[in-house]
Design a protein around this ligand. Structure first.
Ligand SMILES: *Cc1c(COP(=O)(O)O)cnc(C)c1O
Length: 472
């Protein structure tokens, strides 16, 4: 340690590590929801920016005290809202080191270890997720940016096939690209399409068949209705019901017509990591690009997502960048900037490597399988309670229930929202609501390695109590 290192600075690091451990260990016994109001949180931090700084230990302590009640327990075992994973210990620990090392993951020269671990982890991910060995990979902030990255490659190749270099010429003068997708698409897909200048007017939403996937006859008719450059975007697990598209038949139809097939596998693609369940995604490996997350089902800390592209050259052309002050990896090592939309960036291969190294194939499969089994238990057992019903049985790790208003003129939608509010306030477990097929529902999503059978028991009890309280 040099003299320049303020001992209070080191003490602040130690304090933060201790608070972090305490929080992580106690996560399953605290109130899962938020208990401090916006006004209260603002009040705690409302001081004016001071002229003189403050002692780093004091800053850490102020932060920890001020944050109390304002941290959603989304990393714990009884959080079932949205689709939010927890974090496995090795990945959390690696994330702390990533911050301490403060590496820039832009090019090999700015962080050789980050570039190497990204390369190795990408290879492991391709194996686990059944993605072709030659596909390229970008490690981005999440599935949103994975869509953006993969579809930038799609745009490059589809317009390149029409003699247009979109990197130079842009979209002006190019035939408009269209996107065919199902009604169950995630909004992040449409947002990526906005960012890429494709425009949401050029998205055609196709009807879904009885299995909850795109109706093939509608897709075929749409494909044949125009020879515009076309992206077909499929889903490997929609966030309400876990349903997925018929990948193989869609790839047959789309590829025969030169269309690009993209897969939104934010959480669902991880089903491929389970030998027992991967048949649900048969044919998914035939797509042209895949977007998925590390921070959901792999259980690494936020923010980690992955884009994979079969046509690695189109991907590289869409993203690569060179400047005179770079130091070229020149084949010895991989420059993430060739594949990523960011310039300076947090290295994301390090936490990915740590999670995969600590879990192994079996560990990842166990997380996926146990989440699916526990989601099924939650949907069945909550749905069987007096005053509840199953709206959609668990597909993979997602399912839907709703609650039935016992009033003489029942308002099931309002009642369902009130039960969700009561559960959030009570704090044993946390669920969110949504509107699905025109009715209010409670979403059940299990994406955390920490969730156990005991968590399911405690949660079902909490829902039973909430229903009793609300029944006259
Ligand atoms: C969460 C999610 C996304 C967006 O992913 P981010 O990691 O939040 O960017 C996209 N698609 C689906 C199906 C999702 O569940």
């Amino acid at each position: 340690m040099t003299e320049r290192m303020d001992p209070r600075g080191l003490e602040a690091l130690r304090a933060a590590a201790e608070h972090g451990q305490e929080f992580y260990a106690g996560l399953d016994e605290r109130h899962v929801g938020v208990t401090a109001s916006y006004d209260e949180l603002k009040r705690r931090f409302a001081e004016a920016l001071s002229d003189r700084g403050h002692d780093p230990v004091q800053v850490v302590e102020e932060l920890v005290q001020g944050a109390d009640g304002g941290i959603l327990g989304s990393g714990g075992g009884r959080f079932f809202g949205w689709v939010i994973g927890g974090t496995v210990p090795a990945a959390l620990a690696a994330d702390w080191l990533v911050s301490a090392w403060d590496q820039v993951g832009a090019i090999y020269a700015t962080s050789p270890v980050s570039a190497v671990l990204e390369e190795i982890a990408a290879g492991w991910l391709r194996e686990l997720l059944d993605i072709p060995a030659g596909a390229s990979c970008a490690m981005v902030t999440g599935c949103q940016m994975a869509h953006f990255t993969a579809l930038a490659a799609a745009r490059t190749r589809l317009l390149g096939a029409r003699g247009i270099d979109v990197q130079k010429q842009g979209l002006a003068g190019a035939p408009p690209i269209r996107v065919l997708t199902g009604a169950h698409r995630h909004e992040s897909l449409l947002r990526a399409i906005r960012f890429l200048g494709i425009g949401t007017d050029h998205v055609e939403i196709l009807p879904l068949g009885p299995d909850g996937g795109i109706e093939l006859s509608a897709l075929e008719a749409a494909l044949d209705s125009s020879d515009r450059p076309t992206i077909v975007s499929l889903i490997a697990g929609d966030l309400n019901t876990g349903r997925r598209d018929p990948f193989g038949p869609v790839c047959d139809l789309a590829h025969a017509r030169g269309a690009w097939v993209h897969v939104d596998g934010a959480f669902g693609l991880w089903i491929k990591a389970s030998p027992a369940l991967r048949h649900h995604l048969d044919g998914c490996e035939r797509a042209d690009s895949w977007a998925t997350d590390g921070h959901k089902w792999l259980n690494v800390p936020y923010d980690v997502g992955y884009a994979f592209v079969r046509d690695a050259e189109a991907h590289r052309r869409a993203m690569t960048m060179r400047a005179s002050y770079f130091i070229d990896a020149d084949g010895a090592g991989r420059d993430p900037m060739d594949w990523n939309p960011e310039w300076s960036r947090r290295p994301r291969g390090i936490v990915t490597w740590a999670a995969l190294r600590s879990l192994g194939r079996d560990g990842v499969a166990n997380i996926v399988e146990s989440c699916c089994r526990l989601a099924d238990r939650l949907v069945q057992e909550i749905g069987a309670l007096d005053g509840a019903e199953v709206v959609a049985p668990a597909g993979m790790n997602q399912g839907l229930v709703r609650f039935l208003d016992p009033a003489p003129t029942p308002d099931h939608d309002g009642y369902t929202d009130r039960v969700i509010d009561a559960l959030q306030a009570e704090g044993t477990a946390w669920f969110g609501g949504a509107t699905w097929n025109g009715q209010r529902v409670m979403r059940i999503s299990v994406s955390n390695h920490r969730t156990t059978d005991e968590d399911v028991d405690r949660t079902v009890d909490a829902v039973r109590r909430a229903l009793r309280l609300r029944t006259p």
